[in-house]
Design a protein around this ligand. Structure first.
Ligand SMILES: C[S@@+](CC[C@H](N)C(=O)[O-])C[C@H]1O[C@@H](n2cnc3c(N)ncnc32)[C@H](O)[C@@H]1O
Length: 710
């Protein structure tokens, strides 16, 4: 109705209507697009008051509709009218342009000019909102996190520390730590503010919610104050009473609580420092958080592994004795016992058991609930696999993925692609982004250990990392796979310092698709890749990695195949994997030419990824995802990137499947899905790949070069 009557709307009604939609989270893309066009084309925007203008850009940013001319028009408006803006208008506009990922430098320069000298008139939430926006907007040439606005804000904030609430405290930690990271040096004055806020926290004058605790611990670590982060954790959080979700901060229904992040951060740093005592402390705390015996045992097994890695045999044995006393041992514990050269009967139950291990929650927490699938995988592996037999571990994981719940592992047709890449490149060192439960890393390790290879797999979720380490031990592959705990942004530098430049022959990217291109560029910049290295990426079509396709499709230093295939355990879901050989040629470590149409695709891909995390890929079959995939494919065909290989799968024997790669002729499109779903008849462990026979483009080109005598 409102769309038909658009021409009757005056400036106030346009601003009110869209503000109301955004406030109520009603995302009608058509309404927003029509009103954007109307406001810009009729010149109505020039008549807006600053309040209306800031409400309008806020509304568009809030609903995530940002590829609209409104933002360009109001950039001009801000430059002309900013002197009339009040503090709230300034803060809202900064927030809107930052969240919309439209960090127009002129807009921020103008806002800075208007804000400086009057920051003391900003409300605390406006001030923090503005600083947050400046950090978020610091991308590319826009270096607003370097603004003196931060210094001026700190001078205002220090005397007011006692009046800060918990949300402001954690936000300020995050903002200033991120600003320091971006600047490459501390923000002047931040140290004093950090110290005063830490006193508030340690005195429990301010109690953080779960996400706030995670942000603060991360921030203290990020600015090099790990011991302060540790003290805060031990003093306020490690008594088992983890804080509740913040009401305001907790908006994503798929998200876990802050433990995910603070365990990750504290464990990563203690492992990096080789501080076994701290690692063991955290593993025990994690064990005490879980209700499920399998997860409790898995954490304690990781504590044993930490002692073993440090060469502390006595520590490992004492931990095993505590596990024996609490009857938490599993097949993994037995495997570790054997690796220590002991028999199960050699392990006397401990006399005294750490009180932490005795603690067990009344019921599973949301944190545990979030990992129900992965815990189920671990239980199945423990119940059905044979220690030391990697095939039996893979069979157990596949059985869960095929017969019980969708698992985000690269099995079936995806495994066929990876097997063929390994065959073609024979990598000695593989880097994986995203270990999950340790399926693909152990599959790859099993192959490359034959020629002395090793897999390093990065995992940011501490629970997944725990489960993966246990599955890897079950597979007998602990010497061939390293699970590097932590976010890849933090882990890649550790990988570089551990293995050195030009050390990685193959990369498997299985993290967030809209980040592949940045992660790949970083690997090139850091000189981590050997020559040539091969890059494999998964989930490129669904949920989607548009920037990545454009990077590998348009830059001359990649030789790429795009492979059309079916999701493991969800044959009705079509997906793409990409396989690219990477050489130090023109474009290496550089940026691609930006394409505007990629931005909208990227945003949509992220929205689907979040939904897939909350449900499963299978629930996303159907109109929205299929329409998105069709648009994605069409957009890339226009840009000259189309699939070049598809995977064909046939039934094999009574209960198996066999997959092979088939090259498409130029212009040929992959066949439609025939309606057969291998999961109906395939048992775990019975899905084979045909290796070789279909060369990748890189091999075809090098054969051609050989024939031509180059
Ligand atoms: C699709 S699953 C990986 C599946 C695994 N590669 C396999 O095939 O068996 C993605 C995993 O990556 C992790 N993850 C996502 N982004 C990450 C990042 N930037 N750094 C480290 N881990 C990440 C998630 O926690 C999740 O466990």
């Amino acid at each position: 109705m409102s769309i038909a009557a658009v021409a009757e709307f005056d400036r106030q009604s346009v601003s009110n209507l869209l503000w109301a939609h955004a406030t109520l989270d009603i995302v009608n893309e058509e309404v927003f697009a029509v009103f954007s066009d109307f406001t810009v084309k009729t010149g109505l925007w020039r008549q807006f008051s600053p309040q209306m203008a800031s409400n309008l850009v806020w509304a568009y940013a809030k609903v995530g509709i940002t590829d609209v001319p409104i933002f360009d028009a109001f950039a001009e408006y801000i430059n002309e009218r900013a002197d009339d803006f009040d503090t709230q208008n300034i803060s809202n506009c900064a927030w809107a342009y930052a969240i919309a990922e439209r960090p127009d430098k002129a807009v921020f320069d103008t806002l800075t000019r208007c804000a400086l000298g009057r920051l003391d008139r900003f409300r605390l939430d406006e001030l923090c909102g503005m600083m947050w926006a400046y950090v978020r907007a610091s991308v590319g040439d826009n270096k607003v996190a370097w603004s003196v606005l931060f210094e001026e804000a700190i001078v205002i904030l220090v005397p007011k520390v006692d009046s800060l609430d918990s949300q402001t405290v954690s936000n300020l930690y995050w903002i200033l730590a991120t600003a320091a990271h971006l600047r490459g040096q501390p923000v002047p004055g931040a140290r004093e503010l950090f110290d005063s806020m830490l006193v508030l926290l340690l005195d429990m004058k301010v109690r953080l919610d779960s996400e706030g605790a995670a942000m603060t611990i991360w921030a203290l670590w990020r600015v090099g104050r790990f011991l302060d982060a540790w003290t805060l954790y031990v003093r306020t959080l490690s008594d088992g009473r983890h804080p509740e979700h913040g009401k305001k901060g907790f908006v994503k229904s798929h998200a876990v609580d802050g433990r995910q992040k603070y365990y990750q951060c504290l464990l990563m740093e203690s492992e990096h420092r080789g501080d076994t005592a701290k690692q063991v402390y955290i593993w025990k705390q994690m064990a005490a958080d879980f209700y499920s015996r399998a997860l409790r045992s898995a954490c304690l097994n990781c504590a044993v592994m930490a002692y073993m890695k440090a060469g502390d045999r006595e520590g490992a044995i004492e931990m095993l004795r505590q596990i024996a006393r609490t009857r938490l041992g599993t097949a993994v514990t037995e495997s570790l016992t054997r690796r220590l050269g002991l028999r199960e009967e050699d392990i006397e139950p401990a006399d005294i058991v750490d009180i932490t291990i005795r603690r067990r929650p009344q019921q599973p927490s949301r944190f545990e609930d979030f990992h129900y699938k992965e815990a189920g995988v671990l239980e199945t592996v423990l119940a059905t696999a044979t220690p030391g037999d990697a095939h039996s571990v893979h069979a157990a994981i596949e059985a869960v993925g095929l017969k019980e719940v969708w698992l985000k592992v690269a099995g079936g047709e995806k495994a066929c692609v990876i097997d063929n890449v390994i065959h073609a490149r024979r990598p000695k060192r593989i880097l994986e982004y995203g270990t999950y439960v340790g399926y693909t890393c152990t599959r790859m390790a099993l192959q490359i250990k034959q020629w002395g290879g090793h897999v390093t797999s990065m995992e940011m979720d501490p629970v997944n990392a725990t489960i993966a380490r246990n599955n890897i031990e079950m597979a007998g592959l602990s010497d061939y796979v390293t699970v590097q705990l932590g976010h890849s942004d933090d882990s890649v530098p550790i990988v570089l310092s551990n293995y050195g430049e030009r050390s990685i022959d193959m990369v498997f990217m299985d993290q967030r698709g809209t980040k592949f291109h940045e992660d790949q560029k970083l690997l090139e910049k850091m000189n981590l890749l050997s020559e040539p290295a091969v890059l494999v990426a998964d989930n490129v079509l669904k949920p989607g990695a548009p920037y990545h396709v454009w990077r590998i499709g348009s830059m001359p230093h990649y030789t790429t195949d795009i492979i059309d295939l079916r999701e493991f355990g969800s044959a009705q879901v079509e997906d793409w994997m990409t396989v690219s050989w990477v050489r130090r040629q023109e474009g290496y470590a550089g940026d691609f030419q930006p394409q505007r149409e990629l931005v909208a695709l990227g945003r949509e891909a992220d929205r689907f990824r979040l939904r897939a995390m909350a449900t499963s890929m299978r629930d996303l079959v159907g109109d929205p995802l299929d329409e998105f995939a069709a648009r994605f494919t069409a957009e890339f065909v226009k840009l000259g990137c189309a699939s070049t290989i598809f995977v064909q799968t046939a039934k094999e024997g009574q209960c198996g499947s066999i997959s092979r790669l088939v090259r498409l002729r130029p212009g040929e499109v992959p066949p439609q899905w025939d309606g057969d779903d291998p999961k109906e008849f395939t048992q775990g462990g019975c899905w084979r790949s045909v290796i070789g026979g279909t060369p990748f483009l890189e091999q075809l080109l090098s054969e051609e070069r050989m024939t031509n005598g180059h």
